[in-house]
Design a protein around this ligand. Structure first.
Ligand SMILES: NC(=O)c1ccc[n+]([C@@H]2O[C@H](COP(=O)([O-])OP(=O)(O)OC[C@H]3O[C@@H](n4cnc5c(N)ncnc54)[C@H](OP(=O)(O)O)[C@@H]3O)[C@@H](O)[C@H]2O)c1
Length: 251
């Protein structure tokens, strides 16, 4: 196994908050230098970077870009490489998530969901593949178990995550043997922030929990540990998607 964790660099999109921030902290604790990408959460990204740099100096940088902005996307890989002159792991975690009922779906919503969940990861892979291939690098994509289950009202989001799943398998072939490409498919981990705490939401949350064999939500740490496993330890895995869902997808 290649142990490059002492110098290795991980680049995490949407890494300022929630699951992305946990992935950043987990890789940092494992010895990686960390590049946090953010868009709106610059303040949170800077605070997390300051905390990680306090623990180990010059171990964390922040880059920002709106993945809807084509120019910003097409220079984001370069911006990431400029931080530490190498990138060993790309974690495509950024995502927008909201309902798009078919009757009211707009082109803007389609583009926003596709750009953040699928296009961003593809063009970052394009820009970073040469750097990733130098040290047996890898890409880990965050998909969603609802791609296979279907999710009423969320056709665009699930299509975007399905695209990311297809990219995982195709790039696993295309970038082999130098770069491994895998995915983590979370179940219910953190409720969306725009969820209101009203009775309808409570009932919906109870329904979801009742369908999880392990009987609880997952934690961001459950996801982060699996991303680290795929990037650092799983040296003979490529093209795989690991469901981290407490058994929910079993049916
Ligand atoms: N939470 C769950 O239970 C769950 C379940 C299934 C799958 N997942 C997947 O796991 C990953 C992490 O989940 P999460 O709930 O922590 O994600 P999240 O909070 O919904 O989103 C992560 C980040 O994505 C960034 N983002 C969104 N649109 C962007 C854009 N146009 N340009 C740049 N950045 C953009 C945002 O960064 P800024 O805040 O900096 O703008 C946001 O903080 C996601 O890929 C998600 O789809 C999560």
């Amino acid at each position: 196994m290649t142990d490059h964790s002492q110098q290795a660099v991980v680049f995490i999109t949407g890494g300022a908050r929630r699951i992305g921030a946990e992935i950043a902290a987990t890789f940092h604790e494992a010895g990686y230098r960390v590049i946090i990408h953010c868009h709106r959460s610059r303040h949170e990204a800077d605070a997390l970077a300051a905390r990680l740099n306090d623990l180990r100096s010059q171990s964390c940088s922040v880059v920002s870009a709106d993945l809807n902005d084509e120019q910003a996307l097409m220079t984001l890989g370069e911006a990431a490489l400029a931080c530490f002159k190498r990138v060993d792991v790309l974690v495509n975690n950024a995502s927008s998530f909201y309902a798009t009922p078919l009757s009211s779906l707009t082109q803007t919503q389609w583009l926003d969901l596709m750009n953040s969940n699928a296009r961003g990861g593809l063009f970052l892979a394009q820009q970073l593949a040469p750097a990733l291939s130098v040290n047996d690098g890898s890409i880990v994509n965050l998909t969603d178990i609802n791609v296979n289950r279907g999710m009423a009202g969320f056709s665009t989001y699930t299509m975007a995550k399905a695209a990311l799943g297809g990219m995982t398998r195709s790039l696993a072939r295309e970038l082999a043997p130098n770069v491994r490409v895998n995915a983590v498919s979370p179940g219910a981990i953190l409720w969306p922030e725009h969820d209101d705490n009203d009775a309808t939401q409570d009932a919906e949350h109870a329904r979801i929990l009742a369908g999880i064999p392990l009987g609880r939500l997952g934690t961001p740490a459950d996801i982060a540990r699996t991303v680290l496993f795929l990037a650092r330890d799983a040296t003979y895995l490529t093209g795989q998607t690991i469901r981290v869902d407490g058994g929910r997808a079993l049916g």
